[in-house]
Design a protein. Structure first.
Length: 589
């Protein structure tokens, strides 16, 4: 039995499908003699497709962003054409009969060993360029779940990986995935977000798992307690199957409330919105009874796009999401790249000392104003699709705003984008402009910023890690990065009260919004709008129906007197169990 972080609640039992990333657990398969030529052909095909990708990407980035930013792809093409690079891979395939993926991994290990002996920053950047080329090549050699039928797997799958990249998560598509387990990651990693959006149990941070499990093994995922069991004994398996049935029965019961109003027991109306990554997630939002999209993470469009989405491509995607969204209500967050999400064409520095607190998000967008305005214009054009007299709203959300100067600068770009569209005679709609509150400096000075925004969205995921100075993806300090710590509670109360006093709409769109224990606290603080993974909406709606604002306010009063995170967590758990024992079962530890 393995222990990790509980990131998406519930029990799932299925067949392991291991995604063996070349940087994690390389393919050790030895080719048969008759397979060698086929493997060489696969590698050459991957090289050709990669070369086409890089050339197209260079041209598009040069056109949309600039020649300097596009230069990185010329470097990548040079690496791809380097005879020393390719000859080594071919040699190992032919002479040692390793797979192309295995040969690429071996090549990367060799370069890493050589370059690690120097502290030269230029050479370190070249190593990162080699790694980028290898990743692009390997993507064509091993598509996620591409070989399921060939492997003979059947039934529900438990995806096992070091970490799921955005492109891999999208590649899961319609596969029968019942659970996800990753070696790396946290409660806010890509895998966690994808699992929660699909309502499937997941556990992250299970160190060394890929060395203990193989494709085809029976795996149990307990996403509520962060436990993974590999090939359990029959008695243990039977007990888990009973829990799995109970979990699905409870989810089905809760999903039946999709058409019921989101209102507390004492009659206070709430707005329950969905966080989405793509148009597919909108279908889940509709199915779960969301009242709209409270956060569309546009970075996933960039991360999974084959090159650079231009203004028209962005507009088409935003329009599709608006048309599909409940009540045609959408909040579109502008590009939030950086930290753990990067794209090469925006000049990301792999060696940035502290990427989560560095050149990312709105700061990166300001560095490329014309590129940034193409997104702003696409959002405004999307708003023009709303029909007069019908319900609907398009909001534009700027991430990681730190101070008044940044918000003024964002407003200035909005005005420039409006002028640009008007001069071109392109229809645009009215868009409300808001800020994502995730930087402590903005929380402290919230009263000054409220003069410049139409609404506020609290991004609790980043706010918590910045407040606690604890990297949410670092298991060594995960005990500090706690959303229910007294410091976070005090900050949230300050922000929510400030917004309500100024009559500025405020939504919390971090993962706290879908956590039952946190709901009581946020409700008592005066929050009335919550945006969460679609799968959590029925649970929070049911909890709201059983809770009262008066009781929630008393809960806040008691929590404000508490001095430790454990006190807060234990007390809120007790209150949750008193209101609804069933919903308490859906809360992660």
């Amino acid at each position: 039995m393995e222990k990790g972080l509980a990131v998406s609640p519930g029990i799932a039992i299925g067949v392991a499908y291991c995604i063996l990333e070349i940087f994690v657990n390389p393919d050790r398969k030895r080719l048969e003699e008759h397979e060698v030529n086929k493997e060489l052909a696969r590698y050459e095909q991957a090289r050709e497709r990669t070369a086409v990708d890089l050339a197209a990407l260079q041209a598009k980035v040069e056109e949309q962003i600039g020649k300097n930013e596009a230069a990185i792809f010329a470097v990548h093409q040079t690496i791809l054409r380097d005879p020393a690079f390719t000859n080594k891979v071919r040699h190992w395939i032919v002479e040692e009969r390793v797979t192309a993926a295995g040969a690429l991994h071996r090549l990367l290990e060799e370069y890493t060993s050589i370059f690690s002996k120097t502290g030269d920053e230029y050479l370190q950047e070249r190593l990162n360029d080699i790694r980028d080329v290898v990743v692009r090549l390997s993507a064509y050699l091993s598509d996620v779940l591409n070989d399921k039928e060939e492997s003979g797997l059947s039934g529900p799958l438990i995806v096992i990986a070091d970490e799921l990249l955005p492109s891999q998560a999208v590649a899961l598509g319609e596969a029968d995935v019942h659970g996800i387990v990753t070696q790396a990651g946290s409660q806010t990693s890509h895998a966690a977000l994808i699992a929660r959006s699909r309502g499937i149990p997941a556990v992250s941070g299970v160190s060394g798992l890929l060395s203990k499990v193989k494709t085809g093994d029976t795996v149990v995922v307990n996403g509520s307690e962060g436990i993974v069991s590999i090939n359990p004994e029959s008695e243990e398996l039977a007990a888990y199957r009973k829990l799995e049935r109970e979990f699905f029965d409870l989810k089905d019961q809760l999903a039946a409330n999709r058409d019921q109003p989101a209102v507390t027991r004492d009659g206070t109306e709430l707005k329950l919105l969905a966080n989405i990554n793509n148009a597919k997630d909108v279908e889940s939002a509709v199915a779960m009874g969301a009242q709209g999209v409270g956060l569309y993470r546009t970075e996933y469009l960039y991360l999974t796009h084959e090159n650079v989405p231009d203004e028209n491509e962005q507009f088409a995607v935003y329009r599709e999401i608006l048309q599909k969204s409940p009540r045609h209500y959408v909040t579109i967050r502008t590009l939030d790249i950086g930290g753990d999400k990067t794209v090469a064409y925006l000049g990301h520095n792999h060696n940035e000392a502290n990427p989560f607190m560095g050149w990312r998000s709105i700061r990166l967008s300001f560095e490329h104003p014309e590129f940034f305005m193409s997104q702003i214009r696409a959002i405004m054009r999307c708003a023009a699709e709303l029909k007069s007299g019908e319900p609907g709203e398009v909001n534009m959300l700027f991430p990681m705003i730190t101070n008044v100067e940044e918000m003024r600068k964002a407003r200035h770009l909005v005005r420039k984008a409006e002028k640009s569209l008007d001069e071109r005679g392109i229809p645009r709609g009215e868009v409300k402009v808001g800020m994502m509150l995730e930087v402590p400096a903005a929380a402290v000075a919230i009263h000054h910023l409220l003069e410049l925004v139409d609404f506020v969205s609290i991004g609790s995921n980043d706010l918590v890690q910045y407040l606690t100075a604890a990297d949410r993806d670092n298991p060594k300090v995960s005990g500090l990065c706690q959303p229910l710590s007294p410091a976070v509670v005090i900050t949230l109360k300050h922000v929510i009260e400030a917004c309500n006093q100024a009559n500025i709409p405020v939504t919390l769109c971090g993962e706290m919004a879908g956590q039952p224990r946190a709901f009581l606290l946020l409700l008592g603080m005066g929050l009335r709008s919550f945006s969460m993974s679609p799968a959590f909406i029925p649970t929070i709606k049911e909890l709201a129906n059983q809770a009262t604002v008066e009781h929630a306010e008393r809960v806040v009063e008691k929590v404000m007197e508490m001095k430790t995170t454990n006190q807060v967590k234990r007390y809120l758990r007790m209150e949750l169990e008193a209101i609804s024992p069933d919903i308490a079962r859906l809360d992660t530890e």
